[in-house]
Design a protein around this ligand. Structure first.
Ligand code: PXL
Length: 277
């Protein structure tokens, strides 16, 4: 097996099963050497907990980058998730240039909003800055809310194919080479991912579970990156990641106490098996 090295840049939410506590185990299980750059350390994520701590690590980022450059370290992929500020986005763009191995895949999950709303702490200026990162992505992975924000279009809760295709066209015009739109639903009982890859458009539809769970965007993006680097096409990786995320939700939803994330660990074996197929 080709052994690849990936760098993922996002926060550590110590409790809450999102960002790095999800990306690191999933990418490792996919057989990848996973290097991390924590952008901040929070006691929990911000989606439902209150009173969390937040240690911003922005100022450590250029020194870490400089050290890696000095060591001659390069990455086969750079995958970004939740970033805390416009400054962090600027640093990540610098790393895209300084730390990329030839053919490096840049995957951007513009983790900043869901259900029509920006996450706590983000504003319009951050969205503007995220557009510049999105424009450099080989694969951009927004949900509908993030896609609407990045495209400068109004968010719609119900929509048709023309609406999502218009969002996609705008994001591709922005500069993203390929696009994986998540949570795209045209019928009440199903949802899916809409993939635009190398000029092709493919929709992978699957059943929709009644309850949305926190952290599924990070689980999805991590599994997508893992599958992509294991040689799957974007379309195949999008489907593998969707099936895995669905299983994570299925094993979590019987437990009402587990509201803050998904139980992705017990079904990691299923993801690993899907990568062998
Ligand atoms: O799952 C996205 C995410 C990542 N990191 C932090 C968050 C969130 C979503 O709320 O708060 C700190």
């Amino acid at each position: 097996m080709d052994y690849k090295r990936v760098l993922t840049v996002q926060d550590i939410s110590c409790v809450g099963q999102c960002s790095l506590t999800v990306a690191l185990p999933i990418l490792s299980a996919c057989g990848l050497e996973t290097c991390i750059l924590p952008s901040a350390v929070l006691s929990t994520h911000t989606g439902g907990f209150t009173g969390y701590t937040f240690r911003d690590l922005t100022e450590d980022m250029p020194a870490i980058e400089a050290h890696w450059v000095k060591e001659g370290l390069k990455f086969d992929a750079v995958y970004t998730g939740y970033l805390g500020s416009e400054k962090q986005i600027a640093y990540v763009k610098s790393m895209f240039r300084s730390l990329s191995a030839p053919g490096c895949l840049r995957v951007v999950d513009p983790a900043m909003a869901d259900n029509g709303k920006l996450y706590v702490g983000f504003d319009e200026a951050f969205v503007e800055s995220m557009k510049t990162l999105a424009s450099e992505a080989d694969y951009l992975l927004p949900n509908i809310t993030e896609a609407a924000l990045l495209a400068g279009e109004e968010y719609r809760e119900t929509y048709d194919e023309a609406y999502v295709d218009a969002l996609a066209a705008k994001l591709l015009r922005l500069g993203a080479k390929n696009l994986v739109l998540t949570g795209v639903s045209f019928r009440p009982e199903t949802t899916g991912v809409l993939v635009f890859e190398n000029g092709e458009r493919k929709y992978y539809e699957h059943k929709r579970l009644p309850k949305g769970c926190h952290g599924t965007g990070d689980v999805y993006a991590s599994a997508f990156v893992g599958a992509l680097l294991r040689g799957k096409s974007g379309c195949e990786a999008a489907a593998v990641a969707a099936d895995y995320t669905l299983r994570c939700i299925e094993v979590t939803r019987e437990d009402p106490e587990h509201w803050y994330g998904v139980k992705f660990e017990p079904v990691l074996g299923e993801l690993m098996k899907a990568l062998e197929e």
